[in-house]
Design a protein around this ligand. Structure first.
Ligand code: ADP
Ligand code: ASP
Ligand code: MG
Length: 458
C-alpha cells in the first residue's frame, strides 16, 4: 500500500492512512510512503540555495517544513513515541544543516549530497507514519528503504539493481511473518557502497511496485488524491472521470505520456509478476478507483484516456544524405547516446527525422554534434498528446475522428501503430488545453450525455 505526499500531508490525512491500513490488516500489508506534500520540492530548493553558497538561507528555508512534521507528531503521538520522533526530526535537521554547509563550501559535490538531503523527506514521513500506526494499535516496524532498494550510482534518477528483490524479502518477510506491518519510505535507495540515491521524481510508486513484486504481493495499491486513473488530467479537464479497468499496456502508455498519477516505471515490476495494480483515493477510500490488470476490454468508445506532457522540445534533422543511405539513424542516435539524452517520440521521412525530448538540458552540447549530420531545427514549448485504448488496435477511423475534432490546431509528429494502444501527436503548448478539452468532450462527455438520455428514454 503506497501513500503519496498528499495522503500524508497533515495529521488528518495520516489518521486516515492508519484507518485504511487497519482495515487491510488481515491481508498482511506492507506500507510505502512518500515525503509529506511539498517537502521534496523544498528540500531540492534548499540544495540550490546551498549550491549558490548560502548555507544559512538553505537551512532556514526548511524550518516551516520541520514545524509541519512536529505539528503532526504533536497531534497524533504521545509520551515516549512523541519524544522519540522529536529527536529523529532534530537529528535530521542537524544533519541537513551540516550537508548544506558542505555543499556551500564545495558545490561540485552536490549530486550525491542532494540525494542525501532529499532522502530525509521519505525518511521523516516513514518514521512518522510508523509511529502513528503504532500509536493507533497497529504493530508497525520501520524499515530503512536504503537497506533494501539497491541501485546504481546515477544520483537523482537511480536504477534499482537485481539484488533488490532478495534484499526486500530479507528485510520484510520476517516482519510480515511476525504479524507486523513493515513501513518504508518510497523513492530512496542506496548504492552497493551504501551511498544514498533517489529513483527520480514521483518514484515512490516505483518503490511500491518493486516491493510488491519482490514479495509476490496479491495487489499493489497506489493511494493518492484522486479516485483512480482518470480519462484525462483533472487539473485540465474538470469532467475527467475514473476508468474502472485498464490493461498494463494502457496504464504504462498513459504513465509514459504524462499521467502523473503513476510513475512511468511502476507497471513493469507488476507485469513481471502478474500482480494487479489498484489506484485508490485516500480522501475517498470507498470509491472504486482503477484496477490495472493484464487484459482489459476495449470500451465502446474505444478511447480510454488522454494523457499529455508539456514542456517538450522537438528536434528535426534534415539531410539529403539520408536518401537511400544506411547507417544514418545509427549515427543520429549515437549523438543522443553520447549526450545521455532520452528520446520519446520519433517520426521519419525520406530525408528528415523528428524527435521529441523531455529533458532538454543537454541541448546546447547536443546541437553542434547533430549539425554534423544535417540541418537542425529546434522547437520548444510543445506538448505531446497521447490518446490511449486497447480498442485502437483494430478500430478503423480513430485517427480521422481525433484529428477532425482539432482540425484547426496545427498537429505534427503523428505516431500511430508503434504501440498498438496509442495514437500520439504533438501540438504547441499554447493550444494543448484547448485540444485536450475538446477531445475529452467528444470522446467521453458527449457520449455520456447520449447514454444518459438513452437510459432515461428507455
Ligand atoms: P501522489 O502524491 O499521491 O503520488 P501525484 O500528484 O504524484 O500524487 O499524482 C496524482 C495527481 O496526478 C492527481 O492529483 C492529478 O492531478 C494528476 N493526474 C494527471 N493525469 C491524471 C490522470 N489521467 N488520472 C488521474 N490523475 C492524474
Ligand atoms: N517525494 C518524491 C517526490 O516528490 C517521491 C514521490 O512522491 O513519489 O518526487
Ligand atoms: Mg506521485
Amino acid at each position: 500500500m503506497k501513500f503519496g505526499g498528499t495522503s500524508v500531508t497533515d495529521a488528518e490525512a495520516i489518521r486516515i492512512v492508519a484507518e485504511i491500513v487497519k482495515s487491510s490488516i488481515r491481508s498482511h500489508p506492507v506500507v510505502v510512503v512518500s515525503a509529506i506534500a511539498g517537502f521534496t520540492n523544498s528540500l531540492i530548493a534548499s540544495v540550490d540555495k546551498a549550491v549558490a553558497g548560502d548555507a544559512r538561507t538553505a537551512s532556514k528555508s526548511l524550518e516551516a517544513e520541520f514545524e509541519r512534521h512536529l505539528a503532526i507528531a504533536g497531534e497524533l503521538l504521545k509520551g515516549e513515541r512523541r519524544a522519540a520522533y522529536v529527536s529523529v526530526a532534530a537529528d535530521a535537521r542537524a544533519k541537513i544543516r551540516q550537508l548544506h554547509k558542505i555543499i556551500a563550501a564545495h558545490p561540485v559535490t552536490s549530486p550525491p549530497l542532494q540525494d542525501e538531503i532529499v532522502a530525509y523527506g521519505e525518511h521523516l514521513s516513514s518514521q512518522l507514519v510508523t509511529a502513528v500506526l503504532c500509536e493507533q494499535g497497529i504493530p508497525a516496524l520501520h524499515v530503512d528503504a536504503r537497506r533494501c532498494i539497491k541501485t546504481d550510482d546515477n544520483y537523482g534518477n537511480a536504477t534499482p539493481q537485481p539484488e533488490t528483490a532478495a534484499a526486500v524479502r530479507a528485510e520484510a518477510r520476517f516482519i510480515i511473518d511476525s504479524k507486523k506491518v513493515p513501513v518504508l519510505g518510497g523513492f530512496i535507495g542506496s548504492t552497493a557502497r551504501g551511498v544514498t540515491t533517489t529513483l527520480g521524481r514521483g518514484g515512490s510508486d516505483y518503490t511500491a511496485a518493486i516491493v510488491g513484486a519482490a514479495l509476490d504481493a496479491r495487489e499493489i495499491q497506489i493511494w493518492t488524491d484522486v479516485s483512480g486513473v482518470l480519462t484525462a488530467d483533472p487539473r485540465l479537464v474538470a469532467n475527467a472521470r475514473t476508468i474502472p479497468i485498464l490493461s498494463y499496456h494502457e496504464a504504462a502508455e498513459l504513465a509514459y505520456f504524462g499521467a502523473k498519477v503513476l510513475h512511468p516505471k511502476t507497471i513493469q515490476p507488476a507485469i513481471d509478476q502478474s500482480i494487479p495494480v489498484r489506484v485508490c483515493n485516500s480522501r475517498a477510500p470507498r470509491d472504486a478507483g482503477t484496477l490495472i490488470v493484464a487484459e482489459s476490454e476495449s470500451t465502446p468508445q474505444t478511447i480510454k484516456a488522454i494523457a499529455h506532457k508539456n514542456g517538450v522540445t522537438t528536434v528535426q534533422v534534415t539531410s539529403a544524405r539520408m536518401l537511400g543511405a544506411y547507417g544514418f539513424l545509427r549515427a543520429l542516435f549515437e549523438v543522443f547516446d553520447r549526450h545521455k539524452t532520452a528520446v520519446d517520440v520519433v517520426t521519419t521521412s525520406e530525408v528528415s527525422v523528428s524527435l521529441s525530448i523531455d529533458d532538454a538540458r543537454t541541448m546546447p552540447d547536443l546541437i553542434p554534434d547533430l549539425e554534423q549530420l544535417g540541418t537542425v531545427e529546434v522547437e520548444e514549448n510543445r506538448t505531446i498528446i497521447s490518446v490511449v485504448g486497447e480498442g485502437l488496435r483494430n478500430t478503423p477511423g480513430i485517427a480521422a475522428r481525433v484529428f477532425s475534432v482539432i482540425s484547426d490546431i496545427n498537429v505534427s509528429m503523428i505516431s500511430v501503430g508503434a504501440s498498438s494502444v496509442n495514437l500520439t501527436f504533438m501540438v504547441d503548448e499554447e493550444h494543448a488545453a484547448e485540444a485536450i478539452t475538446r477531445l475529452h468532450r467528444v470522446c467521453f462527455e458527449d457520449s455520456a450525455v447520449t447514454e444518459k438520455r438513452a437510459r432515461v428514454t428507455a
